[in-house]
Design a protein around this ligand. Structure first.
Ligand code: SF4
Length: 473
């Protein structure tokens, strides 16, 4: 009988893409996707340890899955991802009913470990300390991938991170930075385009340092022609030139490594979208130094101005942490000033919470009073909402290209999609429209977190079969 699987994903886009690879590997092994948990034989929890209380949530979820597993013979539970990498044997010790625990460096072994666990009397735990340097297993190019959408694809360009941001667990669980070979990335994008994908997002923890390790390795191997200059701009141009690719996005750049060559590539490659996610984290130089971010607020704003000069109409989003250990009122005032000066289109704002295993989690003596953090957070949100609203209202009256994503969750007769600036747009279509189509929409209203618009015209109908069922007004 055909076995069915379900993958639950926690965390970032890197994890979501890993989940696509896990799904692809399971399907290559003969499993099919389950419609629901009731229907599933294999449950994969692809975990993240970046969020607050991630471990408590995982162990809580695993507790709830014990009756699910006992209900039907042969059911299996897999725990993968960053939290599995960090907690290792602890996962199996706390939840003996788990069948497989695998980390971030051996996703390619999912199906093999699942098979091995059928014979095993105890959970099978396989965590590698570092990545196996082999393109076939590190990156999805040679692994089957079951992509969640047919018109949009994530493409991993590097894994790991060489930075040491004090609040971040990623270097510990994903290892040092390893860039994927250049040609392999461009080939994957060509394959995606041939399958009908029109939008790609290049994924890495620090995309602007992409290729540094490849160039150094080539130099060490005696290749004196290897250029020691940033490669990310070149990559944007080459990926953007692939026929059939209408939109290129990337995440995340690091302000300390972002330079003019990236801005020129963005400006000169029509398919690269006019959107930049540019994580600020704090506006205080003192806090930025405590975080080990490697830039000052001035440098951040200078680079931002260069980016906006190079790419007219650039939309900018950011991440900001409030209440980092030791943040004073003065430090926070600097963050407010920089946020106001930067006029962000959007911001992911967080109150600091310690992640076990990070340097910042040890700074308990300088933790900020939670009440103070909450009050600062609310003040920051006022600044962010103000600039978001102004930026969105500035689009009113413009006709923009929108990539259709699907019916609105709140009202299925309304369609949602995204502009090139990565803004969510709601509009009512005159007829059913396929997801993945590009349409022209006149923006009629800018709200703080979305735009509303009026359908104007079809730009490019998706070749995919799925149509959005809409009640035509
Ligand atoms: S750049 Fe900093 S925040 Fe980003 S993954 Fe690396 S260590 Fe974490």
């Amino acid at each position: 009988m055909t076995r069915r699987y379900i993958v639950r994903t926690y965390g970032c886009q890197m994890n979501e893409h890993d989940s696509e690879r896990i799904a692809g590997l399971l399907e290559a092994d003969g499993l099919v996707r389950a419609e629901s948990e009731d229907d599933a034989d294999v449950m994969v929890l692809n975990t993240c340890c970046i969020r607050e209380n991630a471990d408590n949530k995982l162990y809580g979820n695993l507790g709830h899955l014990k009756p699910w597993k006992d209900e039907r013979e042969g059911r299996q539970i897999v725990v993968s991802g960053c939290l599995a990498q960090k907690d290792r044997d602890l996962v199996a010790r706390k939840a003996r009913h788990v069948d497989v625990v695998l980390g971030t460096h051996n996703v390619h072994r999912t199906a093999d470990l699942l098979t091995a666990s059928i014979e095993a009397s105890a959970p099978v735990v396989e965590i590698l300390d570092e990545a196996v340097v082999d393109d076939h297993v590190l990156f999805p190019s040679a692994l089957p991938v079951r992509r969640e959408t047919s018109y949009r694809g994530w493409v991993t360009i590097q894994i790991g991170c060489d930075n040491t941001c004090a609040y971040c667990i990623v270097p510990a669980v994903r290892g040092p930075e390893i860039s994927r070979p250049y040609a392999s990335i461009v080939d994957e994008v060509r394959d995606l385009a041939a399958q009908g994908v029109t939008e790609v997002t290049l994924l890495g923890q620090n995309v602007n340092s992409y290729g540094r390790d490849l160039q150094l390795a080539a130099r060490r191997a005696g290749d004196t022609t290897a250029r020691l200059r940033p490669l990310f701009g070149d990559l944007l141009r080459d990926v953007g030139a692939v026929e059939g690719i209408r939109r290129v996005r990337f995440t995340s750049p690091h302000p300390k490594d972002m330079g003019p060559e990236t801005f020129s590539a963005m400006a000169e490659t029509p398919s690269v979208c006019e959107h930049l996610h540019y994580p600020l984290q704090s506006g205080s130089d003192r806090v930025l130094a405590l975080m080990h971010r490697g830039y000052t607020a001035d440098r951040y704003l200078t680079r931002l101005a260069q980016a906006r000069d190079a790419v007219p109409g650039l939309a900018v989003s950011t991440d900001i942490i409030v209440g980092f250990p030791g943040e004073t009122d003065d430090d926070f005032e600097r963050t407010l000033e920089v946020a106001a000066a930067a006029e962000f289109d959007d911001a992911f704002t967080f109150i600091f919470s310690p992640r076990p295993g990070t340097e910042a989690a040890e700074l308990t003596d300088s933790f900020v009073d939670p009440e103070v953090s909450r009050e600062r957070f609310a003040r920051l949100r006022v600044i962010i909402e103000r600039s978001s609203l102004a930026k969105n209202q500035a689009h009113e009256g413009a006709t923009e290209e929108v990539l259709v994503e699907g019916p609105s969750k709140k009202n299925p007769s309304v369609i949602t999609g995204r502009t090139r600036h990565n803004k969510l747009v709601h509009f009512t279509p005159p007829r059913s429209i396929r997801t993945g189509s590009y349409v022209a929409v006149e923006i009629t209203r800018g709200a703080p977190h979305y735009l509303e618009g009026r359908f104007v015209d079809m730009i490019a109908e998706s070749t995919h079969r799925l149509r959005i069922p809409v009640a035509v007004a």
